[in-house]
Design a protein around this ligand. Structure first.
Ligand code: SF4
Length: 83
């Protein structure tokens, strides 16, 4: 049960050697802009307010803010994929 790794304590810490990718479902996005406010370095919105991912493969130090954006997206349009 106990996580014995000494990596970041965030739930979405990438495992060794795994690539983490941000996936945004533009069909689900309602253009609320919450992700842009929380993580402007990772997300932007197009002319219609739909999310655009600026950095598909986030750095490890961006995972905290990324998790926050995922959590607060009102449309649950954001998720993290691992290869
Ligand atoms: S927070 Fe969710 S609904 Fe709002 S712009 Fe971002 S992806 Fe779209």
């Amino acid at each position: 049960m106990t996580n014995t790794t000494d990596r970041s304590s965030t739930d979405n810490s990438p495992e060794e050697g795994k690539t983490v990718k941000i996936v945004a479902d533009k069909h689900k996005c309602i253009g609320a802009g919450t992700c842009v406010v929380i993580a402007p370095e990772l997300f932007d919105q197009d002319d219609e307010g739909i999310v655009e991912v600026l950095a598909e493969e986030p750095r490890e130090d961006q995972l905290g803010v990324l998790n926050e954006a995922i959590e607060y997206c009102p449309a649950q349009a954001l998720l993290l994929a691992r290869d």
